[in-house]
Write a protein that binds this ligand. Structure first.
Ligand code: ADP
Length: 622
């Protein structure tokens, strides 16, 4: 046997040599062929058992006492025995046991160097701990070959002679290395397959989470995002998964949705000025991956340590999130207790999931803003409508005086007549008195009804959609228009199609539309009447297809001047000296808010036609 240190250098650095002619192990080559053939076809779940079974044939073919497969533990200080076969009749060691007491060997294996000795006495003095362990375990001779899996040290394959001393010829060692290489490749293939399965499962989860976010009502997005974060964190064994948003106006990151395991603390605001390098990396669209403080100090540079401390993390993966190409925040996965590594293959997937979350949240925000804008528009419309109604009532003052003073005059007359009858004493006509009193009551309720209607018009009210009959609204509106006093010299034709369905509408607003259109028609006809034209107003109410009703108002007024038709619905467009120019724009806003349309056009033969539609109630109910 060579001097031990020479053996070491020979074993560790020598390139795998071609097997020397080897006659004393006749079954080896066929065993190796069988083992390779078997290992190559396995599914990942079958690999460990097949390797364990293969160790028996290796012991047999190499004529050793024991073959053991040891996996290096993550802390790099011990092994775990993951496979062992001991020749029958010899003492054995349990599987899945942590193996301590070999620091010198572990250091060599970690460097990719073999440990080979015929007797533990060959070990150098600095290996005294290991030597004692070998003696205690009763291992005479050993060849320990590093197992390299996908370029990394996975562990070691140990060939041991227990009771008898064994020389390790170069020919034997070349076989032993071949076996280690085959097992290393098998384990590597298993890892690749397992990784692929994991990625596939991750992809499946990603698709499910993304799909769950697509069809959600805005109110459900928050809980679906939290749920998705939880699934991702649990899948990747992270203790927290957090979505961050850059605070507007500062460089800080604010935690938004977060899932955390029971004993992980809540993430807090991260100040940009405390972690300039971390923020700069994220803002430039780069990933921040920090596997943990136990890495060599060169790998964990000081700003990484600062980042981990600030976030309360042990290991961290943070990816910038972009919406429409702009970095708006980040998604992070971290651990707060145990250190772990973040495989690079995860990054695009986590990023994708983060962007799915960010897009869903952005959509939710957009929908919220839209609803707020709609609510604001509705409020604005209502304010405008109120102004217009007050304006209308102002215009109607002459009509109101007429409507109210008529019943008052009648009441006065009936009361005077009743007084006269009563003055006749016991001879008074009782029946006549009762009749007069009834008339007084009827006239005062008429005056009361007018006042109530007026109050409703000037009162502000919230939009109140209900089932209403459009013909009734039209008739009511005409009563109002009459009060304005415009229609007294107008010939009105009202045509209502029979059996019209109800519409869903706010009756006050629709009345306002009709009163506006009728008033405009009346104004236009008054103007035309100066030139001697007749004043004919035709109002038609009917069904338009199966889903809508229409109200059409035709007048024989002046019609539209040059270029006016295109502008009449613009707010503040008016051709009248005392006009406000808001009537038609308000009509359009109201009708469109009801899901209908309003249009104006020239009437063949002079005048104008205005028409609006409303969806029928059944259509909305569906
Ligand atoms: P205003 O009545 O205060 O002018 P509107 O918005 O109701 O405000 O109407 C805008 C303009 O549309 C009117 O000034 C007028 O020029 C035109 N217009 C509206 N209705 C008619 C109509 N029936 N015939 C002719 N022109 C009309």
């Amino acid at each position: 046997m060579n001097d031990f240190s020479e053996t070491i250098s020979l074993q560790s650095d020598a390139a795998p040599t071609a097997p020397a002619p080897f006659d004393d192990l006749p079954g080896f080559d066929s065993m190796l062929a069988r083992l390779s053939a078997r290992l190559i076809t396995l599914r990942p779940a079958e690999v460990d058992a097949a390797i364990a079974a293969g160790l028996g044939s290796i012991v047999e073919a190499l004529d050793v006492d024991r073959c053991a497969l040891l996996r290096l533990d993550p802390d790099g200080r011990s092994f775990t025995r993951v496979g062992i076969f001991t020749r029958a009749g010899l003492r054995t060691s349990p599987l899945h046991e942590r193996v301590f007491g070999y620091p010198w060997c572990i250091e060599r294996i970690n460097r990719g160097q073999s440990v080979i000795f015929s007797t533990a006495d060959e070990l150098p003095p600095e290996a005294h701990v290991d030597k004692a362990s070998f003696n205690k375990a009763g291992s005479q001779s050993m060849a320990s070959i590093p197992l390299v899996v996908a370029g990394e040290i996975y562990g070691t394959l140990n060939f041991l002679s227990l009771d008898r001393r064994r020389e390790w010829s170069e020919a034997l060692l070349s076989r032993v290395r071949l076996v280690a290489e085959i097992l290393g490749n098998t384990i590597a293939r298993k890892h690749v397959q397992e990784e692929n399965q994991r990625l596939l499962a991750f992809e499946q989860m990603l698709v499910e989470v993304a799909a769950s976010l697509i069809s959600l009502a805005p109110g459900d997005v928050d809980s679906a995002v939290s749920n998705g974060l939880q699934r991702m964190a649990e899948f990747l064994h992270a203790e927290r998964a957090t979505l961050w948003a850059f605070d507007r106006g500062s460089d800080d990151l604010l935690p938004g949705h977060c899932w955390r395991s029971a004993n992980a603390p809540e993430p807090a605001r991260v100040r940009g000025r405390d972690l300039p390098s971390f923020m700069a990396r994220l803002k430039s669209g780069w990933v921040v991956r920090i596997d943990g403080p136990e890495e060599s100090s060169a790998a964990v540079v000081s700003h990484d340590r600062d980042t981990l401390r600030a976030l309360g993390s042990v290991s961290l993966l943070a990816l910038p999130l972009k919406v429409s190409g702009v970095v708006v925040g980040a998604i992070s996965l971290d651990t707060v207790h145990t250190r772990r590594a973040w495989p690079e293959a995860l990054e695009p997937r986590v990023r994708l999931l983060g962007e799915v979350f960010a897009t869903a949240l952005a959509r939710q925000q957009a929908e919220r803003s839209m609803r707020e804008a709609q609510a604001e528009a509705a409020q604005h419309r209502e304010r405008l409508a109120h102004i217009a109604r007050v304006h209308t009532v102002g215009e109607m003052s002459a009509g109101i005086t007429h409507e109210v003073s008529q019943p008052l005059v009648a009441i006065e007359n009936y009361a005077l007549a009743a007084r006269r009858h009563a003055a006749a004493g016991p001879a008074a006509n009782h029946a006549k008195l009762c009749e007069l009193l009834d008339k007084i009551a009827a006239q005062s309720s008429r005056a009361g009804a007018v006042m109530r209607k007026l109050r409703t018009m000037v009162k502000r009210h919230e939009l109140e959609m209900k089932r209403v009959r459009i013909d009734q609204i039209v008739e009511e509106s005409l009563r109002f228009a009459r009060m304005e006093g415009h229609l007294h010299d107008v010939a009105i034709t009202l045509r209502v199609a029979p059996g019209l369905p109800e519409v869903i509408a706010d009756d006050i607003q629709i009345q306002q539309v009709i009163v506006n259109l009728v008033r405009n028609a009346s104004d236009a006809m008054s103007e035309a009447a100066n030139a001697g034209a007749s004043k004919d107003l035709v109002i038609e109410v009917g069904a338009l297809g199966e889903a809508q009703v229409f109200v059409r108002i035709e007048d024989t007024g002046v019609g539209f001047g040059e270029g006016a038709l295109e502008r009449i619905f613009e707010a503040f467009f008016t051709t009248k000296s005392a006009g406000l120019g808001i009537g038609l724009s308000l009509c359009r806003a109201i009708v469109e808010a009801h899901g209908g349309r309003v249009d104006g056009r020239a009437r063949p033969g002079g005048g104008a036609i205005f028409e609006f539609t409303l969806p029928i109630a059944e259509e909305i109910d569906q």
